[in-house]
Design a protein around this ligand. Structure first.
Ligand code: ATP
Ligand code: LTN
Length: 336
């Protein structure tokens, strides 16, 4: 008998969930559910690392839960829960802070990028990857399916786990692996194919396709997408083809076709206008049922709360004892 692999991934309840999040992360969580033991976490504590409006954060957290269920996360196959509902995350983060050298955190590129954009940087922003490391390690996760941008954080998680294991002399933490999809790992902004499609920019006109956008809006955003002055519809890494490459990448991830089939679909396209419309149609087709399910779930708050409580209970049963064991190993006295 082979033992099932354990999977952990997280997503922040801030900003509008977009096509990059779906194709780069959530779609793959859904696809792998059957064969693995899955923990999917709405990381509200991570969201507090930049300032948030409390009412907005509360709404976004529940809205994201409904959206993940609408995307196909199945509560019978995966534990879907809110990070702050499980005490292990905040508590265990402190314990990991006390084995993590400061220099490791100061090197993180996401920290440097985000800190550079802010006037006043919170301590939590620097500590963000340690909280994330705990998320993964307290569940003995083997696999962490994320987009390309999170690879460095998973590598840091491995370093922290190894350091804890070597300090306390046991194979206590499983060393996790990042799982980066080949397709959809980096969906770029439609308004600027040199920057990744991002939640923080999702409300900027023409930047992102938000999962809740109506078909008309989706079509409008694609029609406005930045391309180049040529006509060639090809997969290419050339900087000037970044826009076309991104559109083809989105189509490929949305349809699940390989590159040859994708190019065959566009063989009769008359220029980029046709390309944009067909990509938009493929995206509209996958988002229509998701949007409908989302609205049904948001109309039944009691059911949503019930599903989240069940997820938190399953998660706590794994993570809380793990953190208690860490406390003991580190010399803290557990209450009797
Ligand atoms: P922000 O822009 O505020 O950093 P985000 O869009 O990166 O937010 P997260 O909640 O940080 O959203 O990410 C959730 C998941 O989506 C992560 O696994 C991340 O790697 C993935 N992801 C985010 N943006 C993209 C993208 N443009 N393409 C592919 N995957 C992405
Ligand atoms: N940092 C991630 C979200 C995140 C996460 C995690 C992803 C928090 N904890 C654990 C995977 C595993 C992000 O911003 N996308």
């Amino acid at each position: 008998m082979t033992t099932k692999r354990r999977v952990f991934s997280g997503i922040q309840p801030t900003g509008n969930i977009h096509l990059g999040n779906y194709l780069g992360a959530v779609k793959n969580w859904v696809a792998g559910q059957e064969k693995k033991i899955n923990y999917f976490c709405i990381v509200d504590l991570h969201s507090l690392t930049v300032s948030q409006d409390p009412d907005d954060l509360r709404f976004q957290t529940r809205s994201l839960a409904a959206m993940l269920l609408a995307c196909g996360i199945d509560p019978d196959k995966s534990a879907l829960f809110i990070q702050s509902h499980v005490r292990a995350h905040a508590e265990g983060c402190w314990l990991l802070n006390c084995v993590t050298p400061l220099g490791w955190l100061q090197r993180m590129t996401q920290y440097k990028d985000k800190a550079a954009k802010q006037e006043s940087v919170l301590a939590g922003l620097l500590d963000y990857p340690v909280l994330m490391a705990g998320d993964i390690l307290f569940y003995d996760a083997d696999e962490v399916p994320v987009g390309e941008d999170q690879k460095q954080h998973v590598e840091l998680t491995r370093d922290i786990a190894q350091r804890f294991n070597s300090l306390y002399g046991r194979d206590f933490f499983v060393i996790p692996k990042p799982i980066i999809p080949e397709i959809g790992a980096r969906v770029m902004g439609l308004d600027d194919p040199t920057v990744k499609m991002s939640k923080s920019l999702a409300d900027k006109r023409g930047h992102a396709i938000r999962l809740l956008d109506e078909p008309k809006e989706i079509m409008r955003s694609f029609k406005r997408a930045v391309t180049d002055s040529g006509r060639e519809i090809i997969f290419s890494r050339a900087p000037e083809k970044a826009g076309v490459n991104n559109l083809l990448g989105i189509y490929k991830a949305a349809t699940g076709e390989d590159e040859t089939a994708v190019l065959a679909d566009f063989a009769d396209a008359r220029g980029y206008g046709d390309l944009k419309v067909r990509v938009a149609e493929a995206v509209i087709e996958i988002l229509n049922p998701i949007r409908q399910r989302y609205h049904q779930l948001m109309d039944d708050p009691a059911e949503l709360d019930r599903l989240l409580a069940r997820g938190a209970e399953q998660a706590a049963a794994v993570a809380n004892p793990k953190v208690d064991a860490m406390k003991e190993m580190m010399g803290l006295v557990l209450p009797r």
